[in-house]
Design a protein around this ligand. Structure first.
Ligand code: ZN
Length: 254
């Protein structure tokens, strides 16, 4: 039984007994871990506020052999995201991130760059760019989803038709989750899950996929809505069920 230190984002907690809680944590060092926090429900315990959802904490855990829960022995808050408390769309986006990380990653499968991306995204949700009125939440979240897809090996094919590999120029395209990306007009007939993609949405997808800065650009409202629907469609297909928080996300999911 080895004591390990890690930096962790709290994804989920559940009561375990009168005094203990189980927490699902996304750590930079080890990926997802599930821990038992003894005394985690007691007022003024070491864990009281550190185990709030979407809090970043510095933890010490005792790793158990496979099959049993690790034991959380220390948890200290190092960062919170106060904007999530004042902006409902940002809060839902944050919960959606927690849901995807909790349901889609494996225990002890670390992805440090995805950890960093999650924290950077949570920091930005609910903010407006200088001179703009509308928060960038949907675009920032789309960038996070594309990084998550890349880390898990599901990057959508965007530069060629996912079936015949012919380079595409944005005209006459559809997106098919089953095909794993955009599909040209000649190949699309066999995919019943296809949705048409406008050239603007295709450009936005490519830019958000390629660059960590593209979410700061001004994209049209129609493209933002279509992007939200397309990513929701793709994530639902890959995950095998619709994420619970998906209907609560803004920009076109309604
Ligand atoms: Zn094709």
């Amino acid at each position: 039984m080895a004591a390990e230190k890690a930096t962790a984002l709290v994804l989920r907690t559940a009561d375990w007994s009168d005094t203990s809680r189980i927490a699902t944590l996304w750590t930079r060092e080890f990926g997802k871990v599930r821990v038992l926090a003894k005394g985690g429900r007691r007022l003024k315990s070491n864990f009281e506020s550190a185990l709030d959802l979407l809090t970043v904490c510095s933890i010490v855990l005792l790793r158990k052999s496979s099959g049993s829960l690790d034991l959380l022995t220390e948890a200290r808050v190092v960062r919170r995201f106060p904007r999530l408390r004042s902006d409902l769309a940002a809060l839902y986006a944050g919960y959606y991130i927690a849901e995807l990380l909790a349901d889609w990653t494996e225990d002890y499968d670390p992805h440090p760059s995805l950890f960093d991306e999650a924290l950077a995204t949570l920091e930005t949700l609910g903010t407006c760019l200088p001179g703009q009125q509308q928060p960038v939440t949907d675009l920032r979240l789309a960038r996070f989803e594309l990084v998550l897809l890349r880390e898990l090996g599901y990057s959508p094919v965007l530069e060629t038709c996912a079936v015949c590999q012919t380079p595409v120029d944005g005209q006459g395209l559809s997106f098919s989750p089953a095909a794993g990306g955009v599909v040209c007009s000649r190949c699309v007939g066999r995919f019943r899950d296809r949705k048409p993609v406008t050239p603007q949405t295709w450009q936005a997808l490519r830019a958000l996929h390629a660059s960590g800065e593209a979410w700061q650009r001004t994209w049209g409202v129609a493209a933002r809505k279509e992007l939200r629907q397309l990513l929701g469609h793709y994530v639902t297909y890959l995950l095998g069920h619709r994420p619970r928080l998906l209907p609560y996300l803004g920009s076109g999911s309604s």
